[in-house]
Each structure stands twice: as C-alpha cells, then as structure tokens.
Design a protein around this ligand. Sequence first.
Ligand code: PRP
Ligand code: ADE
Length: 176
Amino acid sequence: MTDDTAARLAALIRTIPDFPKPGIQFRDITTLLLDPDGLRLAVETMAAKIAGPIDLVAGIEARGFVFAPALALRLGAGVLLIRKDGKLPGATIAEDYALEYGTDRIAMHADACAPGARVLLVDDLIATGGTARAAVRLIRKAGAVVSEAAFVIDLPDLGGAAALAGDGIAVHALVA
Ligand code: PRP
Ligand code: ADE
C-alpha cells in the first residue's frame, strides 16, 4: 500500500467533533462508502494485505458488516456475524467490553465456527481495541483461530492495535 493510497482514503473519511460525546473526534466512514472508487480502493487494499488462508471473515456490528462480505468474497471465505448482544436467534456466547465512549456486550452463535477454523476479524476502526479483543475472546472460546485482523482506520494513540498484536494477531490498517 502506498502513501498515496492512505492519503486518498484519509481524504474520504470525515471527522465529526463531539460525537457521540463531548471530546470524541468521531471518524466517519460514511463519506468513504458513498464514493465508489474509494470503497473499491479500501476493500481491494485490505484484501491485498491478508496473508491467509482464511475460512471465515468475522465482521463486528455495525460498521464491520460493510467490509466483511466484500472481503469474504475476495478471499473465498464465509462471513461470521459478531453482533451486539440480544440480536442473534440461536444459542450464543457473549463478552463484555469497554470502548472509547462507553461499555457494551457482543455475541456470536456458539456453533458458528468449526474447531480450528481460521478467522479474519474485520471492523471499520480500532481505537482502544476493547471491541476487537472481546471479539477475539469470543471466537477463541468457540474453538476457532484468529490469525489476522483488518481495519480501515487505526487510532494508534489509543493502543488497540498494539494490544491486539500482543494477543498474537497480525493487524492490518489502511489509515492511521
Ligand atoms: C465503533 C467501531 C468499532 C469500535 C472501536 O463501534 O466501529 O467497532 O467502536 O472502538 P474500540 O477499539 O475502542 O473498541 P461502535 O461501538 O461505536 O458501534 P457501531 O459500529 O454499531 O456504531
Ligand atoms: N469507535 C471508537 N472510537 C471512535 C472514533 N473516534 N470514531 C469512530 N468510531 C469510533
């Protein structure tokens, strides 16, 4: 990935001050998604970084759902939905976590992964890593292996990508 690619993507991401709470600089990818060339560039650049092989791409609700199917189709993988707790119809396992502006609980179907399945975790952004690390705990609890994680945006000052790397995961991001 070139500096030019990162700069083109960064220019399509908008910053909204004080959302959802005072003091948060919210990095808004909806403007990137509206741009056909930007969307393609983001998905193709992310896919090119994945070493693989990957059996399942795990997307984290909500914004991870935008990128997970696009990557899964390119990588020949299925899609695993990691949802906010209370949304999935079958038997679930769940994990609590803290993020930059609150706390939450995510869940996945307990039978979603074959034992040893190789999973790529995907989301739009990693900040504190609370969400991504809870997803990793869930997927590992289900018996699968999280080998890589990919994000459009990394907020490195918040330390999430470094923590995820410390969990033994290869972390990819397009824009810091
Ligand atoms: C955002 C973002 C990541 C998470 C990153 O989601 O899409 O999932 O925060 O923060 P962290 O690294 O500090 O955990 P949010 O919880 O706002 O939910 P949404 O995608 O449903 O808007
Ligand atoms: N999730 C956590 N922190 C965020 C931020 N600053 N912008 C967008 N999504 C986020």
